[in-house]
Design a protein around this ligand. Structure first.
Ligand code: JFZ
Length: 428
């Protein structure tokens, strides 16, 4: 409704992403799964040099460990992710409460995870994988089965295509890129495209200009006007695409006027790294999810399957625990369908979100016996009732000036985070 068809040189705000019907599912999601999986996964985070020394990295391993191109191609030729189980992945995501899934269709290494006809640097033509399988098609079917949306990460920066770093032939690379995107959209009907690599650490930088970004955004919207597109499609960032993409952090003050999504790893890396055991706790992950939701953002939590395509057990366990927390006592329904509270400041002891006449306070640090929690009000409202989800304990609430004091009478109801629901009446 009210959508203006974009054409090159115009502003690409085709509609208002905050209210557009096409973004509704995304605005209601709050939680998604990111999957970093590519040719680099074959190395599992470690490169052994001919002299026997080793170099460690994850999805950047080719570049950071300076692996010669031919050798990298030889290593990736052995890639056989026979254990990739799209059904199990989509089920894990759905049971964790995640409503969408974004997989790296092509990362900076340029390797396509689907049988592209544009080149042979892909999982069908350059691997030891079953040539009848197509993991993106499998994911499409599986996500449809579990009722979650599918999105593709696509890197504009490409280390494999020689034209991608040559300003004289960059146009040819751009044609191939558009052709690959056309394949992705027409073969798998994604709900979302997640671009990256419009920035580049090369010197001279890749030739991507602000106008190239505008044109690419217009091109993909022409393929499917319903697509959600992130802002890394272009160089303008705030006005490009639909969604801002803070990375590995939950901004205290998200960019105004833009939908946003924090992407984050469960350990310390995006791609699989067998030596990375730095797993975040489930309590920290629930805290991150509720913090993001309380600021009206989405949380895109990453998993990195190993060389056989299997999601690490540590990730699966944490996702399961998050799902259990979300399902118990209506916590997910409460916290995830709410947004920034507006009427109170965020407290240090937890995160508050609001939906209509309800405030939901996710408490990370439960007060000791007889203790209380305070909220600073930003506007006039009355608290008419309060309860702890999953507990029948009595909760007293008192408002003095701008300070709302909440006194629970018992212990926390849930180890990961306990939610207090407040009924509020606002004037008018
Ligand atoms: C990029 C990739 O390089 C990385 O491998 C991973 O895929 C991640 C999700 O995205 O990394 C970035 C991208 C953007 C910034 C920093 C790292 N940034 O804008 O600060």
């Amino acid at each position: 409704a009210g959508r203006v068809p974009a054409s090159p040189g115009t502003n690409y705000a085709i509609d208002d992403p905050f209210t557009a019907e096409r973004t509704q599912w995304w605005r209601d999601s709050r939680f998604g799964m990111f999957i970093h999986f590519g040719g680099y996964s074959q190395l599992e985070g470690e490169y052994r040099r001919p002299d026997g020394s080793t170099c460690q990295n994850a999805e950047w391993i080719q570049r950071e460990c300076a692996i010669p191109r031919a050798e990298y191609e030889d290593l990736v030729a052995r890639f056989d992710p026979a254990g990739f189980d799209a059904d199990a992945i989509a089920r894990t995501a759905a049971e964790a409460g995640q409503r969408y899934l974004v997989i790296t269709a092509k990362h900076h290494e340029g390797y396509a995870m689907w049988p592209t006809k544009v080149n042979r640097w892909n999982l069908r033509d350059h691997s030891a994988f079953d040539e009848n399988r197509d993991i993106l098609a499998e994911l499409k079917q599986a996500t449809d089965r579990y009722g979650i949306r599918l999105g593709f990460y696509y890197s504009i920066w490409d280390w494999h295509d020689p034209d991608a770093s040559n300003p004289d032939t960059f146009g040819r690379y751009q044609e191939r890129m558009r052709e690959q995107l056309r394949e992705l959209v027409s073969n798998y009907d994604p709900a979302l495209l997640w671009f990256d690599g419009e920035w580049s650490t090369d010197n001279p930088p890749n030739p991507w200009t602000a106008q190239d970004g505008e044109r690419l955004e217009s091109f993909v919207r022409g393929l499917d006007p319903e697509l959600i597109v992130n802002n890394r499609v272009g160089k303008r960032r705030v006005t490009d695409g639909d969604t801002g993409t803070p990375e590995q952090e939950i901004p205290g003050e998200p960019v105004a006027g833009q939908l946003w999504e924090t992407c984050m790893t469960i350990n310390g890396h995006w791609g699989y790294a067998k030596w990375d055991h730095d797993w975040k706790s489930s309590a920290d992950l629930v805290r991150n999810l509720t913090t993001t939701a309380g600021r009206s953002g989405n949380y895109l939590l990453n998993v990195g399957p190993d060389a056989r395509g299997r999601v690490p057990a540590e990730s699966v366990t944490r996702l399961r625990e998050m799902g259990e927390w979300l399902r118990s006592d209506g916590q997910g329904a409460a916290v995830l369908s709410a947004g920034a509270p507006g009427i109170v400041e965020q407290p240090g002891w937890g995160t508050v979100s609001r939906r209509d006449g309800k405030l939901y306070a996710s408490v990370y640090d439960w007060p000791g016996s007889g203790g209380s929690l305070t909220l600073q009000a930003k506007s006039a409202f009355d608290v008419t009732a309060a309860r702890v989800l999953g507990s029948d304990q009595r909760v007293d609430v008192e408002r003095t000036g701008d300070t709302v004091t909440i006194r629970p009478s018992g212990g926390p109801a849930n180890g990961l985070a306990t939610v207090i629901e407040l009924d509020v009446a606002t004037p008018g």
